[in-house]
Design a protein around this ligand. Structure first.
Ligand SMILES: Cc1ncc(COP(=O)(O)O)c(C=O)c1O
Length: 447
């Protein structure tokens, strides 16, 4: 049975973001329960990254499953131009968990599309301003606009044929690898913000600043405390929109509904996806400030999708929001997340191959290095594109033998982000698997 499944899947489907020869023997998964997935041999695996940081409420959530089934029985699809009960209830629920000003929405089917819609809305609103500031350590999706905003190497392999113009790079508040040299985060006067100020003053035609509130795949980069309040001020001063991509960092992941709440700063547009339905049904959301939205009451809105406001997505999102509200998941992300952070930091004392540990809630990055002194990584962006074996992948493969799945192993970083249902015992299982598997990396440490 395994042979049939794996042969057909790898024969007919592309493996994503990889050389195709490297997708030879995927696990044959037959089910899931809570934070665990089960393979065809009945083996259980702790999902230590909620797949692509998206199954926030875990597997087999009855409330979402029943809601989607009910909606399927009632009506599965209707074009975006109609009013229905489930649409009304779902968007009311969404508006209630967002700040008041973010109460006009476009829905789509993915984070990439949500970002495309945000780009178009921002540019139309700010026309003729069109430039968008974005970071090097970022991922915003695989469609033309979203991949052009992206700073990681997934952009480099396509930019010569699909690039969207008008993207200006700004420095990252990446304190472990500060682009301005070895400054301690506390002493630093925020050279990155000063440089953004300089760009805003001199660039011209800037419509928006587009950022993952907390950079996800590229290493869970949490900006310092004053970064967003000061960036919000700069955006207001120069009259540009502030857009937060909460595709990964939203939905309880960091111990609050959305990550921007930690900084007390509200964006003009927020995009999200993934955890909105806990990934039971595809979804993308672009939430827009009512003042920006008002602009389109007398002007054409250049946005729409066949699957906008899909009824199954609406039913799944409404049920997911009820579940987030009543199930204690966000509090659990805070409480168990603190424990996860403590356990990961303890690993640093033991493993010279760990360069940095950072994160909040149930959203943590572990960055591997060949040399702690020089911070030289085991692998480069080019290694990923060339299909060279990455140290993070070797470690993740070893963890599998200990019953832990960690698919979010990107170049030199792990994203550790289990479903928000996890307990401290689950965390122990995951951290102990990482502890054992890191022997491979420790043995390759130099210096
Ligand atoms: C921060 C961020 N934005 C956008 C996307 C793109 O979302 P999707 O894969 O649903 O198109 C992702 C996907 O991982 C992401 O992490």
């Amino acid at each position: 049975m395994d042979e049939y499944v794996i042969e057909k899947v790898t024969k007919h489907l592309f493996g994503t973001w990889r050389l195709q020869r490297d997708w030879a023997s995927p696990l044959n998964i037959v089910g899931g329960e809570g934070a665990y997935l089960i393979d065809s041999k009945g083996r259980r695996y702790l999902d230590f990254s909620s797949q692509l940081v998206c199954v926030n409420l875990g597997y087999g959530n009855r409330r979402i499953i029943e809601a989607v089934k009910r909606q399927l029985d009632e009506l599965a699809y209707l074009g975006p131009g109609y009013a229905t009960q489930i649409r009304a209830e779902a968007v009311e629920a969404l508006a209630n968990v967002l700040p008041n000003k973010l109460s006009k929405f476009v829905f789509s089917s993915s984070g990439s599309e949500a970002n495309e819609d945000a780009i178009k809305i921002a540019r139309a609103f700010k026309y003729p301003k069109y430039k968008i500031l974005a970071r090097y350590w970022s991922y915003h999706g695989n469609t033309a606009g979203a991949i052009s905003l992206t700073g990681d190497p997934r952009r480099n392999v396509v930019e010569m044929h699909t690039s969207m113009g008008g993207v200006v790079r700004i420095p990252d508040p990446y304190c472990y690898r500060c682009p301005f040299g070895e400054m301690g985060c506390d002493e630093c006067g925020r050279a990155c913000l000063e440089y953004i100020d300089y760009i805003l003053r001199n660039e011209g035609h800037v419509a928006a600043i587009f950022l993952e509130t907390i950079t996800g795949t590229n290493g869970v980069i949490v900006p310092p405390k004053d970064f967003y309040p000061r960036l919000r001020k700069l955006a207001d001063e120069y009259g540009v929109l502030l857009i937060f991509d909460e595709v990964m960092s939203g939905w309880g992941r960091t111990g609050s509904w959305f990550a921007f709440e930690h900084w007390g700063v509200v964006p003009d547009i927020m995009t999200t996806a993934k955890g909105a339905t806990s990934s039971y049904v595809p979804i993308g959301i672009t939430a827009v400030d009512v003042e920006v939205a008002d602009y389109f009451s007398e002007r054409f809105l250049p946005v729409g999708h066949t699957f906008a406001y899909h009824l199954l997505a609406m039913a799944a999102m409404k049920a997911a929001i009820e579940e987030y509200k009543s199930g204690g998941y966000i509090e659990n992300a805070r409480r168990v997340g603190e424990y996860l952070g403590k356990r990961l930091r303890e690993l640093m004392d033991k493993h010279p191959s760990i360069g940095d540990v950072r994160g909040m809630g149930l959203f943590w990055g572990v960055e591997l290095v060949k040399n702690r002194e020089t911070k030289e990584p085991f692998n480069t962006r080019e290694d990923k594109i060339m299909g060279r074996k990455l140290m993070t992948q070797k470690v993740a493969r070893k963890m599998l033998e200990h019953g832990v799945l960690l698919p979010m192993a990107w170049i030199s970083n792990f994203v550790i982000a289990p479903p928000l249902v996890v307990t401290e015992e689950d965390i122990d299982l995951g951290v102990e698997a990482l502890d054992k598997a890191l022997k491979i990396a420790d043995e390759a440490v130099e210096g």
